[in-house]
Design a protein around this ligand. Structure first.
Ligand code: APQ
Ligand code: ZN
Length: 373
């Protein structure tokens, strides 16, 4: 595969930016929302359907794929793109975050993390070097540095120690990544909610040099106010000419606020996970389709939505198939939610390009304030 990885900023509006990440497997329009395909699938969706919602890039998980089916097996079968039938860009997380949230019997040292699989209890080891190798075997286009995301609550001293470990791991990730034209390695800023630690982390990562920079250590229970408090300054510590990725975010209003504060890329399981539980995200807020009030409602979830769920089905039908536990229920609402998220991103990209993000955001909040009808 030939071609380069590059990022072009096309317009700014306040702190917000819109641009394009060019990769050999295709362009990623920013600000971008990246659906999560944890175990080589965006749950309840075909790859072609995910593309139809407007997604330019998907996420994969080193932790899950190394445990099952195994990175070597995926490599032997032609890599993750071929394996999951998605030929556009894939970003993979480095695994440390998932180890700390999913695995058992974890032992963290300077060298890396040993842990037991949450699937079968087998023993594994992840380090910057093994994470880079796994992500190379998967063939992902954007590789994340191996980091540690401290669980809350954590003292400032512990957050500082954890961030400094992650910065040493960032250097080791860079060294192990090697020279891979067309592929990108992103560093991950840590530092909790302490400006000085965030700045120290940004300086360390910038000195190492990455093709993009993530803001990690957020969306871990700190709440939107604290998260926005960090985003009011942290993106500004990062290089202006490189993509900024806020990990694990979020609800639609989190995403809008993050874009306003200079974030270019986000990912979250929320639209797909909540779609499987009957939660629809709309311009007018959340709709719990399992609520009895929808049992006889002939209207679509959102009259203005052009997704297959809204074009072809009533709330009454969706209510019925969720109540009956039919597989189509999660398929339809996952599709609707991802479609809504991508429409929100396209709306912000256009608004930034026209210098009217503020009025777009005002309209976004005004519509949600009306609530569902
Ligand atoms: C497929 C999931 C990607 S985002 C996972 C994630 C989510 C959140 N909230 C934080 C972090 C973090 O600090 N570091 C890393 N590697 N990942 C994080
Ligand atoms: Zn819809």
């Amino acid at each position: 595969m030939t071609g380069r990885f590059s990022f072009t900023l096309n317009a700014t509006d306040g702190q917000a930016r819109t641009g394009v990440i060019q990769t050999p497997r295709g362009d990623v329009r920013t600000p971008a929302f990246m659906p999560v395909g944890t175990a080589a699938t965006v749950k309840a969706m075909l790859p072609g359907s995910v593309r139809e919602t407007g997604a330019d890039i998907l996420l994969g998980n080193t932790y899950h794929l190394m445990l099952r089916p195994g990175a070597e097996r995926i490599d032997r079968l032609g890599g993750l793109h071929k394996f999951m039938n998605w030929d556009r860009p894939i970003l993979t997380d480095s695994g440390g975050f998932q180890v700390m949230s999913l695995a058992s019997l974890r032992k963290l040292t300077e060298d890396g993390v040993t842990f037991s699989s949450h699937i079968d209890g087998s023993k594994h080891f992840l380090s910057p070097e093994t994470s880079m190798e796994i992500q190379r075997l998967l063939g992902s286009d954007i590789v994340m540095a191996f980091d540690e995301c401290p669980a809350l609550p954590a003292s400032e001293e512990d957050v500082a120690k954890s961030m400094q470990l992650s910065m040493r791991w960032a250097q080791r990730s860079r060294d192990a990544f090697g020279d891979r034209p067309g592929h990108a390695l992103f560093g991950i800023m840590q530092g909790g909610v302490t400006p000085e630690l965030r700045e120290e982390s940004a300086k360390a990562l910038t000195a190492i040099g990455f093709e993009g920079y993530a803001v990690g250590g957020l969306a871990v229970g700190e709440g939107q106010e604290a998260m926005f408090g960090v985003l009011d300054y942290a993106p500004g510590f990062l290089p202006q000419d490189k993509p900024r990725y806020l990990m694990g975010v979020g609800k639609p209003d989190d995403i809008v606020g993050a874009v306003q504060r200079g974030i270019d890329m986000m990912d979250c399981v929320l639209p797909s996970r909540s779609g499987r539980t009957g939660q629809a995200w709309t311009r007018r807020g959340q709709v719990n389709i399992k609520n009895a009030r929808h049992a006889d409602d002939p209207r679509p979830v959102d009259e203005a939505c052009t997704c297959p769920a809204c074009r072809g089905y009533s709330r009454a039908y969706l209510h019925h198939v969720f109540r009956s536990g039919e597989m189509i229920s999660g398929m339809l609402l996952t599709w609707h939610n991802l479609h809504y998220y991508q429409e929100l991103m396209e709306g912000m990209r256009q608004a930034i390009a026209m210098g009217r993000l503020d009025s777009f955001v005002a309209e976004f909040h005004a519509e949600r304030a009306q609530g569902d009808i």
